[in-house]
Design a protein around this ligand. Sequence first.
Ligand SMILES: [Zn+2]
Length: 179
Amino acid sequence: MEPLIHIRTKKDIPEEYIDTPVGLFLEYHNLGRKFEEHKMAELLIGMCMDSRIVLNIPNNFTYVLRTGGANMRDLEFNISYAVAVGGIKYIIVLGHTNCAMINLMSKKDDYIKGLVDNGGWEKYLAEEHFYQSEPVYEIKNEIDFVLKETMRLRLKYRKVTVVPMIYRVKTNHIYLIEE
Ligand SMILES: [Zn+2]
């Protein structure tokens, strides 16, 4: 069984996140809480660039970094900026079901051909680019990857609370990952 906690009422939100930006995020997105005015972002969400994912949140509530698979390995400067200058104390790593960053090898030929046809790349450079990037961006399993990314960020930003979540594309609902 998937280790996911469905947030259907405020009671489903774990005590430690109530009245924090993390709890508020779950209330806004899943529970339709009325939008409040926010003076500044107190949260950073790292999520996939997939166009099916749309967050239901008010202006100025959170920083959002989007990349394939919510993989934030190359975005350290941006994360550090949100922590250092923005003063955020919470990060959510938001993976999702049905992510295209799973099994990238099966898309190798399309990737290389597409980069040549649509991007105007030389074929050998497109191949090199794919083989260099594939190990970095392949996530294999969305839940495992989000947990790994969460652990990595916890070690790097020890005073920041990092919380793993999954967005289910079919329902547009967000789930906490039970650790
Ligand atoms: Zn994705």
